[in-house]
Design a protein around this ligand. Structure first.
Ligand code: PLP
Length: 381
């Protein structure tokens, strides 16, 4: 359907043309298993190492610190469980926040069943973790802090460099879920004291089913998948060569076009906020107005059921999200909106719009007009 208006880029993105073209040969003519010895395999190996180099360069890491995985969820699991298991002789306490993605929260809950102890930090009404609370939560047996770079629902960007410094000063490893941040915020693992981070291809105009885990040189982590010795013996399984090539290309493009995309997304976001505030009464903008992802908008509409709003938007070809994509299909209230203190009824009237590079000001104008009409309709019933 051509007239789809897509405003759900935090859920997933379309693979960009350049990325797709880079990947295509590795599905067909360049099909070699990267572990074999003949020339088509050596070319696959080379393509993987070029991609690894690109990813490493983007975050100021070394290529041997980059591991390819099946996505953001696997990277979070591998980092958190891997570091926890490998370092349990040093302690069994982990600190995270209440607004993490389920890939982090459920991993931490799983570790609690395995005898680890987890502190889930509160956030303030904008979604920020407070550094003094983090410091207070640190105990002699704390081995890992895992706090996301930017939130997938409300877009809040956490004080990562400061968190990294606290971790470093206390000799604690620091992992951060960068799935939403990568390509939207500049990340420097050395400057920011980041020991480990996760990325995903499909949130970045790359393919689904590919992710990256960065783990700083010298940090022990236990592998979770046994078999062959791929990825420096940390993740068994024949490499997803087309996916890896796509991930490398997606990162390269994101950095090449960084300033242009950032400017464009911020313009769409700020236009949406100012128009929606002007045209729709009784709304609440969630998250921070400045320290938020450039393409993220999150708004609560009083006396509106977001599910109904979504359905009516869908009839106009508009794709948006209520809370996070993982909770659609259920009426479960978003843990993020709960953590920033929204009442249940406010949370249930909350819409997330996440803009992408192909959206235009005219698209956003169309969106605002549609929301304005539908909200009026629902409220007047
Ligand atoms: C999408 C997302 C993930 C999961 O990534 P997948 O590649 O879909 O497994 C993890 N964390 C955050 C913040 C995300 O937005």
């Amino acid at each position: 359907m051509d007239n789809i208006k897509y405003f759900d880029h935090a859920a997933t993105t379309a693979v960009s043309k350049e990325v797709l073209e880079a990947m295509l040969p590795y599905f067909s003519t360049e099909y070699g298993n990267a572990s074999s010895m003949y020339s088509i395999s050596r070319r696959a190996r080379k393509a993987i190492e070029v991609a690894r180099q690109k990813v490493a360069q983007a975050i100021n890491a070394k290529p041997n610190e980059i591991y390819f995985t099946s996505g953001g969820s696997e990277s979070d699991n591998l980092a958190i469980k891997g570091i926890a298991y490998a370092n349990k002789n040093k302690g069994n306490h982990i600190i995270t926040s209440k607004i993490e993605h389920h890939a982090v929260l459920e991993t931490c809950e799983n570790l609690e069943e395995e005898g680890f102890e987890v502190t889930y930090l509160d956030v303030d009404d904008k979604g920020f973790v407070h550094l003094d609370e983090l410091k207070k939560a640190i105990k002699p047996n704390t081995i890992l802090i895992t706090i996301m770079f930017a939130n997938n629902e409300i877009g809040t960007i956490e004080p990562i460099k400061e968190i990294g410094k606290i971790a470093r000063d206390n000799n604690i490893y620091f992992h951060t879920d960068c799935v939403q941040a990568i390509g939207n915020v500049k990340i420097d693992v050395q400057d920011m004291n980041i020991d480990s981070l996760s990325m995903s291809g499909h949130k970045l105009y790359g393919p689904k089913g590919i992710g990256v885990l960065y783990v700083k040189d010298g940090i022990e982590f236990k592998k979770l998948q046994n078999g062959g010795h791929q990825e420096n013996n940390k993740r068994a399984g024949t490499e997803n060569v087309p996916g890896i090539v796509g991930m490398g290309k997606a990162i390269e493009i994101a950095y090449r076009d960084f300033e242009k995309n950032e400017r464009h997304l911020k313009q769409l976001r700020d236009f949406f906020f100012s128009e929606i505030e002007k045209r729709v009464p009784n709304i609440k903008i969630n998250g921070d107005r400045q320290k938020r992802l450039p393409g993220n908008c999150n708004v609560s509409f009083a006396k509106v059921d977001a599910e109904e709003l979504l359905m009516k938007l869908d009839k106009k070809g508009i794709c948006a999200s209520a809370g996070s994509a993982c909770s659609t299909g259920t009426t479960e209230i978003s843990h993020v909106l709960k953590a920033i203190g929204l009442l249940d009824k406010t949370a249930l009237g909350t819409l997330r719009l996440t803009f992408g590079k192909e959206n235009t000001i005219e698209d956003v104008e169309f969106l605002v007009k549609a929301i304005e009409e539908i909200v009026k309709l629902i409220r007047n019933k």
